[in-house]
Design a binder for this molecule. Structure first.
Ligand code: PLP
Length: 391
């Protein structure tokens, strides 16, 4: 029996770009000590206070089917947070609670694209984007950015490449680059969406991790609230990756249709997880600042380590939990460098090519281990790259 074309072609064939990651995992299974800087996951776990809220909710009986759109109080809490942070009046009716940001991305594409429609995204990109678009039955089309614009899409390219498309997916702060989009980039995104009449899907799961300035949601720009679906998540902001809870924020009529979609797909998010998310959000900004602090610190440590040489250059990261290193001076592709580094130094980083053609010659370093180990790994990486460049 054959499975559907849609599911068998979800990854688009070829390597999924995770070969180095799997090789590192095999080495670890064989007992080799590998420093892993691959996955976007904190080195802390969900806080005991949030876990206690989850436990109490479950023990209190919130273990049956929960309200499919999300509990009224969590939807309300998310809406208030968004209103406070963006100034755009937002109510519970604008919010659908989802099992994480990934489910929100999928639902947002299903809600905005008909089968065969073009869905645009920006390269480099979070690894699931093209597959998510294909899974929703749309056709992915990448806008390839370049290192000389710090991987921000250009206004003319945005305008031209989105003609005839149904949706544009953007992500700021960005995974994998750590780039936060400039005001001009966000304005250009809004202009392209309005002129070419398409939906904006704005992935803001790293909104609490901005090192310079503030996060700005493009939903706040004039004319954008009615055509934007914002994807949010508790994963990165509250170290709740395993709890699988996030949201879509959008126009009420779209959210109503998406509730219908949720009824026929996820059937909602467990009530005790939603109660824990509500508790976490109600703890205020300090919890989020605390969760984000190690990445800000390690970004600074990265810049210090790199300042003493000029072979390895950092893409100027302003947010998220990654730093993208430009290794083109070594003459190797990101993939060849990552493989060689793993073999020689037992340090695992993600090849830039795993995130699209635009990031060739780069590697993404997840700043997700203790500071001293992180600095040691970075210094070894720099020494290794310098040795290659000198050959
Ligand atoms: N969007 C981006 C850019 C991400 O990096 C991730 C996870 O790494 C997600 C969405 C999905 O996050 P989650 O499903 O855990 O909310």
């Amino acid at each position: 029996m054959e499975v559907s074309h849609r599911i068998s072609h979800i990854t688009g064939g070829g390597s999924d770009g995770w070969d180095v990651f799997y090789k590192a995992r095999r080495m670890i299974a064989q007992g080799v000590g590998v420093t892993e800087l691959t996955i976007g996951e904190h080195d802390i776990r969900t806080s005991p206070a949030i876990l206690a809220a989850m436990h109490n909710a479950a023990m209190g009986g919130h273990t049956g089917y929960a309200a499919v759109p999300g509990t009224p109080t969590l939807r309300e809490t998310v809406a208030r947070r968004i209103t406070a942070r963006t100034g755009v009046p937002t109510t519970a009716a604008n919010i659908l609670i989802t099992p994480g940001g990934q489910a929100a991305l999928f639902a947002a594409h299903l809600a905005t694209c008909n089968a065969g429609d073009t869905a645009v995204y920006i390269d480099p990109y979070y690894a699931t984007y093209p597959g998510t678009i294909r899974g929703a039955g749309a056709v992915p089309k990448a806008i390839v950015t370049t290192p000389d614009t710090a991987f921000q899409p250009r206004a003319d390219t945005l305008m031209q490449m989105t003609k005839g498309a149904a949706s544009l997916l953007v992500n700021t702060p960005n995974n994998p680059t750590g780039i936060v989009y400039a005001t001009e980039t966000l304005d250009a995104i809004a202009r392209a969406c309005i002129t070419n009449d398409l939906w904006l899907i704005s992935d803001e799961v790293y909104e609490t991790q901005v090192w310079e300035g503030n996060h700005f949601s493009p939903r706040s720009l004039p004319g954008m609230a009615e055509r934007t679906l914002v994807v949010g998540s508790m994963s990165k902001s509250h170290a709740m990756t395993g709890s699988r809870v996030g949201w879509v924020c959008g126009p009420e009529n779209v959210i109503n249709q998406m509730i219908n979609l949720a009824t026929h797909t996820t059937y909602g998010v467990p009530g005790f997880i939603q109660d824990a998310a509500e508790f976490a959000l109600k703890q205020g900004d300090n919890v989020e600042i605390e969760v984000a602090a190690p990445f800000r610190r390690r970004r600074d440590l990265t810049l210090q380590a790199l300042s003493r040489q000029n072979i390895v250059r950092a893409v100027p990261a302003q947010g998220a939990m990654y730093v993208m290193l430009d290794l083109r001076a070594t003459g190797l592709s990101g993939e060849a460098f990552a493989n060689a580094l793993l073999d020689a130094e037992h340090i695992a980083v993600m090849p830039g090519e795993s995130f699209g053609a635009a990031a060739a010659g780069h590697v993404r370093v997840a700043m997700t281990i203790a500071d001293d180990q992180y600095v040691d790994a970075l210094n070894r990486l720099i020494r290794f790259a310098s040795g290659l460049a000198a050959q």
